[in-house]
Design a protein around this ligand. Structure first.
Ligand SMILES: CCCCCCCC/C=C\CCCCCCCCCCCCCCCC(=O)SCCNC(=O)CCNC(=O)[C@H](O)C(C)(C)COP(=O)(O)OP(=O)(O)OC[C@H]1O[C@@H](n2cnc3c(N)ncnc32)[C@H](O)[C@@H]1OP(=O)(O)O
Ligand SMILES: Cc1cc2nc3c(=O)[nH]c(=O)nc-3n(C[C@H](O)[C@H](O)[C@H](O)COP(=O)(O)OP(=O)(O)OC[C@H]3O[C@@H](n4cnc5c(N)ncnc54)[C@H](O)[C@@H]3O)c2cc1C
Length: 664
């Protein structure tokens, strides 16, 4: 039935003001207005149609993305959209494209690592898209180990140029998005060689293709690396391969904020830390955390709406069957994901603040918070993307068989999202970075250096090593101070245990390798503490709107107690809580699920996603799932003809053969 809201009765049960929750989710009333307006603009523009993506060939798909990108850019310039509006437009168009790397990495790399003159020369061209750039760091042989990159940039004092060269097959640049078919320029990471001496990896701006006919410039071999996981999905992106054969670039195309090479070929290290060469990754990891809440909330929105529509079993005397959302098992799988989406939203907001703060400090030559910013962005990128990728797959299963159909929107969402666990730093490699930071923090505890920021709790390590959880009744688990202490004690005890175990090794690096699995678990505990504590901090703010804060408190408690339940081994092993307290936490969690139940649909409505953006028959706002699923099936190209192509060649002869055999 068109026009009927099948979820109306669900919506009428909400105990809070959904419009106010939309403001909280968007970040501000202004952000909500922008999001709302731009999402409708995209949804109403046929050029941004995306329901045919999974059935296009790679070539059609890619050309389609080029068309959409050109159209998007035209609309952005015609409507004079602000940076905020353009970035919302990119979000709602919902298609990975070379522009992501141009705006998301190429420009930030120049901004972060270029000198004033370099910014003035390159940024205006890039902002007007008169050049298109990508970020070419990873090679066939090395991705995680950036110091292992093999591409060389050798200074030639005769001509005042660098010679960019790929000395081996494994030095071929491999993966950069936008490189394969589109980019005219790239920020290339290469080993700087002067007079035979290796000065490590630095960034260089290199032109790749002619501005006249788009052909690769002399000495450059470039192409796409081939089809990736899933249909549609990330195949809209031209991830590329690139080789250099002694390509010359002027000296002033080395990004020289961190280190410089003079006309005489002298290497000069600025007073900024070398780690700033890795600065673009810090920036992008922070955006990836914010994006995790978007991808997870989208999957959760689909699974929640569908779980309220879907009925199985439980019919009494011929009455209606039970909505699957009413099963406690469904709630215990779905509601923690709903809570995680909100948790990641708020930690993403906080991380954006942290990044802005560190950037301002860097501009004033204060580098003190860079290690903390690196550890937080690396750890939270790892934690949130792993949880989101797993969460999307769980949402698919929560939708039963229909979740496996492309029309549910979940397979493509998973395929697009899952590489986030690998790109911008493999999630395990990033956790090991956090672990190094934690071990350093623990080792400095005795030195009088007070830990600050997200490790400030380590300053109370003596108390945290001995404290006893005060929970006696299930309701005690609702106290933020109780939750915080349990998470802080767990994290501190796990880090201290690793640090103590490391002392058993004569060689600390050997010890680090041997204990790396334990170290990643300590890093996860620390990152989960950050997410929980930032959710709790958010609730200390003034949050207007009837019932809004109460719902967020329920979600915060679900998030924390779900983690406690999932990682019970950690909490029990480190003696932070007793088995009895664990069981009380579980009782409380069940009660929280019951409290979340009547609000579930409204809590996903607060994401304010259009049906166009969700791209899911199961997640439709009106819940009119079955007629639309039925309709969608008939649109499949296989149903263009009643009798399939190939019948005459393959089916008919087989059937005839069976008939002959039967007669024999
Ligand atoms: C179709 C329609 C379109 C419409 C469009 C219209 C137009 C749109 C307009 C606007 C739109 C705007 C859109 C924007 C969209 C943005 C989206 C962006 C999406 C991006 C997608 C992502 C793609 C993926 C890209 C990549 O993957 S790039 C490659 C990333 N590679 C890695 O991450 C490599 C991982 N490895 C490492 O990071 C390091 O090598 C290592 C693991 C850290 C090891 O380093 P090293 O060998 O040096 O070792 P250590 O000894 O461990 O470290 C030395 C010290 O350095 C410290 N450290 C390390 N890293 C950092 C760091 N990053 N920052 C600071 N410090 C760091 C470390 O802690 C050590 O310190 P110490 O004190 O202990 O010595
Ligand atoms: C879709 C996509 C887009 C990308 N876009 C870009 C781009 O635009 N530009 C760019 O430069 N790159 C890009 N990349 C490359 C990406 O950044 C790397 O693939 C990523 O950093 C992982 O590195 P790797 O492939 O070398 O993995 P590897 O490091 O080879 O990982 C393989 C396995 O080894 C493990 N491992 C590695 N090192 C350690 C260690 N020290 N301790 C324990 N375990 C370890 C990992 O956990 C993993 O399980 C992209 C990749 C993908 C998938």
């Amino acid at each position: 039935m068109e026009g009927v809201d099948h979820l109306a009765s669900e919506r009428s049960r909400a105990q809070f003001d959904v419009e106010e929750m939309k403001v909280v989710w968007a970040g501000s009333r202004h952000a909500l207005e922008v999001s709302d307006r731009i999402s409708r603009l995209v949804a109403s523009d046929p050029a941004f149609r995306k329901d045919n993506r999974t059935s296009l060939s790679r070539k059609e798909l890619f050309k389609n993305t080029l068309r959409k990108t050109a159209h998007a850019w035209k609309r952005i310039t015609e409507l004079r959209l602000s940076e905020e509006e353009a970035s919302r437009l990119r979000f709602y168009v919902d298609e990975p494209a070379f522009t992501d790397l141009h705006w998301g990495m190429f420009i930030p790399a120049i901004k972060g690592q270029g000198t004033e003159e370099q910014l003035q020369k390159w940024l205006p061209l890039a902002y007007k898209m008169q050049i298109i750039g990508c970020y070419a760091q990873t090679e066939l042989g090395h991705g995680s180990n950036v110091q292992g990159l093999e591409t060389t940039a050798t200074f030639d004092p005769q001509t005042d140029e660098f010679i960019i060269h790929s000395p081996t097959l494994t030095s071929s640049k491999w993966w950069p998005g936008g490189l394969g078919k589109v980019s005219t320029h790239a920020v290339i990471y290469a080993r700087l060689i002067i007079d035979g001496k290796d000065y490590g990896v630095n960034g260089f701006i290199v032109q790749l293709r002619s501005m006249d006919d788009h052909l690769p410039l002399p000495g450059i071999t470039v192409g796409d690396i081939g089809m990736k996981f899933g249909s549609g999905a990330y195949n809209t992106m031209d991830n590329g391969v690139l080789r250099f054969d002694h390509v010359r670039i002027p000296r002033d195309q080395m990004l020289m904020r961190v280190s410089q090479v003079t006309r005489e070929g002298k290497f000069v290290q600025s007073n900024v830390p070398r780690q700033l060469v890795y600065g673009t990754m810090v920036y992008v990891r922070q955006t990836i955390v914010a994006d995790a809440s978007c991808a997870l909330s989208r999957a959760v929105c689909i699974a929640t709406r569908y779980s309220a529509v879907r009925r199985q079993f439980g019919s009494q005397n011929g009455g209606v069957e039970t909505q699957v959302i009413d099963y406690k098992t469904q709630q215990s799988r779905l509601f923690p994901l709903l809570a995680s989406a909100y948790a990641f939203r708020f930690v993403g907001e906080w991380l954006k603040w942290l990044y802005t703060d560190v950037t301002q400090r860097l501009q004033a030559n204060d580098f003190s918070t860079l290690p903390e910013a690196h550890a937080c962005t690396a750890g939270l990128k790892s934690l949130t993307t792993s949880a989101t990728a797993d969460g999307i797959e769980e949402c698919r299963k929560l939708c039963g068989g229909h979740g496996y159909l492309c029309s549910s929107g979940l397979p493509e969402l998973f395929a697009v999202y899952v590489p986030a666990c690998t790109y911008e730093g493999d999630n395990i490699v990033l956790l090991l970075q956090v672990a190094r930071f934690l071990m350093k923090t623990v080792s400095q505890l005795g030195s009088g250096k007070k830990p600050v920021g997200t490790t400030a709790y380590m300053g109370r390590v003596d108390q945290l090593m001995q404290c006893h959880c005060a929970v006696q009744r299930a309701e005690d688990w609702l106290k933020p101070s109780v939750i915080l202490e349990a998470f802080e004690a767990r994290s501190a005890r796990m880090s201290v245990a690793c640090a103590q175990n490391l002392t058993n090794f004569a060689n600390p690096e050997e010890g680090f390798l041997e204990l790396s699995a334990d170290l990643t678990e300590a890093a996860v505990a620390h990152c989960q503490l950050i997410v929980v504590s930032k959710f709790i901090e958010k609730l200390k703010q003034d949050i207007p709107g009837k019932g809004v804060k109460e719902q967020l408190e329920i979600l915060c408690n679900i998030y924390a107690l779900f983690l406690l339940h999932k990682h019970l081994g950690d909490f029990l092993k480190t003696g932070c809580i007793s088995p009895k307290q664990a069981s009380l936490a579980n009782d409380q969690l069940r009660s929280l699920y019951s409290q979340a139940r009547p609000n579930a649909i409204a809590l996903v409505d607060a994401f304010d996603y259009t049906d166009h953006f969700l791209g899911s028959v199961l997640g439709r706002y009106d819940g009119n799932v079955y007629p639309k699923l039925y309709e969608e099936a008939w649109k499949d190209p296989l149903n263009d003809s009643v009798v399939p192509d190939g019948y005459q060649e393959y089916i008919r002869p087989m059937l005839k053969q069976q008939l002959r055999n039967a007669r024999l």
